[in-house]
Ligand binder design. Structure first.
Ligand SMILES: *Cc1c(COP(=O)(O)O)cnc(C)c1O
Length: 393
């Protein structure tokens, strides 16, 4: 019965153009990558889909750091943080992250996690229990949605600060958490973080910001979206991922010391899982140093030039086709074509020309909002952008 049921469900997805295909890379993450298709055919594709925004994922300096980390620490942590898996490599990484976020969160301390998904579950379940109330942006990432589901607090959704304000006024919950992506990942636009923080401060609430796509890309030293906007408050709980612009893996929460202590004591996704390998923490600390230094500055400047070039080209293209180009502050660019079949056909035709640009479809985005989602990396060249625009035209 189970197998029949699954076969039916999968056939329905396929019929709705919602089937997703696993493609297997056979070379490292880079603008040109070898990819094996489901039929076994292998070829080099021009990649416009990774989140490796600074182009650090295959950087030889980080490969060396990984090897050095493994020489020093071995490959496994052996246990969860609270048992015996917590090492000086994790502490050094957390301190570097706390220093990076110090301009945003006064007295920031940081705690590292194995993935952003787990960091989001941790924050929302540890802080959103009992008599708390969660106010969540409607476009939040799936991991924040799942965290809100797991938390026992009631959840209210909002689209805009104007919609949120009366909800906060009407809530008598003693603990109010406003929860939002900093950069909405399916089109790259920034959340109204300044307005949301002002509301948090006016209504005795806290602002939880998931900066998966802003960290490393936006702000001085790549400190992220909050730093980019010049925001600073003790009421901020900043979450960042380390597998996107930082190029490695993992995530962190930076916040008031008591919040961090509470997560260490209470957050099940922190406590009941094996600590990430210390060699990985070491590599991530080196990556963070690159991202926050002059090398990172140069990469961000190049990326900004590429973003402007691509957005200008896409604007012309969108106007010609009657498609909508989403405004963006980041290397994420979304050309909204509407129905699933059109998006899929466009992505397939680009793939035939050697470009990997994913078609993003429901449930990742709303019905009728299927899109081509193009992401840029600092390892792309201006010629890469021009070639893509030409192929799209
Ligand atoms: C990628 C992403 C996550 C999950 O981070 P991982 O480290 O990949 O688990 C969380 N939130 C947002 C907005 C993301 O884009």
């Amino acid at each position: 019965m189970l197998l029949e049921r699954l076969a039916e469900q999968l056939a329905a997805r396929e019929a709705a153009d919602l089937r997703r295909e696993l493609r297997t890379a056979t070379s490292p993450t880079a603008p040109r990558q070898r990819v094996r298709a489901p039929d076994g055919r292998e070829r080099t594709l021009r990649m416009f889909c990774s989140n490796d925004y600074l182009g650090l994922a295959s950087d030889p300096r980080l490969v060396a750091a990984w090897a050095e980390g493994a020489q020093t620490w071995g490959v496994g942590s052996g246990a969860s943080h609270l048992i015996s898996g917590h090492t000086a490599a994790h502490v050094a990484l957390a301190q570097a992250l706390a220093a990076l976020l110090a301009p945003v969160v006064p007295q920031a301390r940081a705690l590292t996690f194995s993935t952003g998904y787990m960091a989001n579950l941790a924050v929302l379940t540890a802080l959103g229990g009992g008599d708390a109330a969660l106010f969540c942006a409607r476009l939040n990432h799936a991991s924040l949605i799942d965290g809100a589901r797991l938390a026992r607090a009631p959840v209210v959704l909002f689209d805009t600060p104007a919609e949120l304000a009366p909800l906060l006024v009407g809530s008598d919950a003693p603990i109010k958490l406003i929860v939002t992506d900093a950069v909405f990942s399916m089109d790259g636009h920034l959340a109204p973080l300044a307005e949301l923080l002002a509301l948090a401060e006016a209504h005795d609430a806290w602002l939880v910001v998931d900066d998966a796509h802003g960290l490393g890309v936006l702000g001085p030293r790549g400190a992220g979206s909050l730093a980019h906007l010049g925001l600073r408050s003790q009421r901020l709980i900043a979450i960042g991922t380390l597998g996107k612009a930082i190029g490695v893996a993992g995530a962190f929460v930076a916040a008031h010391p008591l919040v961090i202590e509470a997560l260490t004591q209470l957050a099940r996704p922190y406590i009941y899982t094996t600590a990430a390998p210390p060699a990985l923490a070491h590599t991530t600390e080196v990556a963070l140093g690159l991202a926050a230094g002059p090398d990172g500055d140069a990469r961000r400047a190049h990326l900004a030039r590429l973003q402007a070039r691509l957005q200008a080209g896409l604007t012309t293209l969108a106007a010609a086709r009657g498609w909508r180009l989403a405004p963006t502050a980041t290397p994420i660019h979304a050309l909204i074509v509407g129905d699933n079949a059109t998006a899929l056909a466009a992505a397939q035709r680009l793939a035939e020309r050697g470009f990997r640009v994913p078609a993003i479809r429901p449930p990742t985005v709303a019905e009728g909002m299927a899109r081509l989602r193009i992401t840029l990396c600092a390892t792309h060249t201006e010629a890469d952008v021009d070639d893509l625009l030409e192929a799209m035209a």
